[in-house]
Ligand binder design. Structure first.
Ligand SMILES: Cc1cc2nc3c(=O)[nH]c(=O)nc-3n(C[C@H](O)[C@H](O)[C@H](O)COP(=O)(O)OP(=O)(O)OC[C@H]3O[C@@H](n4cnc5c(N)ncnc54)[C@H](O)[C@@H]3O)c2cc1C
Length: 314
């Protein structure tokens, strides 16, 4: 067993302003409200402290995971055996310099999208209403309506696993559909700089309202209904002429919509979103996702790939 508690006091001495909590249920840090305990939980360290904190954890060989708003995660009921750092803030940190906008990785993506509309700094309207942080969004190249956050990123400040800060370009991050290199390396987005395509502010305001209405109509509100968005990635087109096909379509055709396992079931308006009731466990969600996958495999001989990240033991 790793001596997390013993080392917690050493980390606390090095960083007295951090709030380090022991044995925290990760259900409080995810939009699905699922997840067992982690030994140490550090909530929203200041951006200028994060590199030194990562260095200190490395020196003590303490395993760690950085999360954002936890809106793309299902964490095991058994929890995680590592330090969890939540880099997520309700206070947007955004600076504009000419046509370039630099935003902290901890800023909520929808706050960023809203502020770009209010300040008329360019078109990020497609990120309207996407839960999560800018850092989590860049790691998974979040997006909607055929556009994604990586499209307009110029550079990012990344903390590598040794705690050193590097500036990388869009090409370095190897963006693809719901993917960036960060998903493999586990490096952390400290901040990112964007140059957004110009657009008439009035058009952006209308577009934001339209998208908010669309989301209210088609997606569950995670504040009331525990969920983590789409469970499976959409299916890659088999030719350049073909558009990516919605995983939800395959799931619906395969009859997945009425499936339930324990407290987990599918959202009535979207066959690719699992929602949880009061008794729902992470294991229920895992098993339901297995059943959904099996149904599509059987009907279409097609293997769906999970978009939601299941962390820990299942
Ligand atoms: C109702 C609902 C609707 C959704 N709609 C969409 C949608 O339209 N489009 C879409 O793309 N997604 C959607 N999602 C999924 C989710 O919002 C995105 O994947 C989001 O970008 C995750 O960000 P997060 O901060 O919550 O990351 P988390 O869930 O906390 O973490 C996800 C991954 O990112 C990593 N990560 C987190 N922060 C950082 C950081 N600073 N640096 C590096 N890595 C980091 C974590 O280690 C983890 O591996 C939806 C989710 C919900 C609940």
């Amino acid at each position: 067993m790793f001596p997390f508690m013993k080392l917690a006091s050493e980390i606390q001495t090095l960083f007295p302003e951090l709030t380090i909590r022991e044995n925290v249920a990760l259900s409080e840090a995810t939009t699905f409200r699922l997840g067992g305990p982690c030994p140490l939980f550090i909530d929203n360290p200041a951006a200028d402290q994060l590199p030194a904190l990562i260095k200190a954890l490395n020196q003590k060989e303490m395993p760690f995971l950085v999360i954002g708003q936890g809106s793309n995660l299902v964490i095991s009921d058994n929890g995680l055996d590592c330090v969890v750092i939540r880099f997520c803030s309700d206070t947007p940190d955004i600076k504009t310099d000419g046509s370039r906008i630099t935003v902290s990785g901890s800023t909520l993506l929808d706050d960023f999208a809203r502020i770009t509309v209010e300040q008329a700094t360019g078109d990020l309207s497609y990120c309207t209403g996407i839960p999560g942080t800018v850092g989590g969004g860049i790691a998974g190249n979040a997006g909607a309506f055929g556009r994604q956050i990586g499209d307009h990123l110029v550079s990012a400040e990344i903390i590598n696993l040794d705690g050193d800060v590097q500036t990388v370009t869009r090409d370095d991050l190897e963006f693809a559909y719901r993917h960036s290199k960060l998903k493999e390396t586990g490096e952390i987005v400290l901040s990112a700089t964007f140059e957004l395509p110009p657009e008439d502010p009035a058009i952006l305001r209308t577009e934001r309202e339209r998208i908010l209405e669309f989301r209210r109509e088609h997606h569950p509100d995670w504040h009331e209904t525990p969920c983590a968005g789409s469970v499976f990635r959409n299916v890659e087109a088999s030719s350049a002429a073909e558009r990516r096909k919605a995983a939800g379509w395959f799931l619906e055709e395969a009859g997945a919509k009425n499936m339930t396992v324990g407290g987990a079931r599918l959202y009535e308006k979207h066959a690719n979103i699992i929602i949880g009731g009061e008794t729902c466990t992470a294991q229920d969600v895992w098993q339901l996702s297995e059943q959904m996958k099996a149904a599509v495999q059987k009907k279409f001989d097609l293997e769906l790939t999970r978009e939601v990240r299941f962390l820990g033991s299942f």
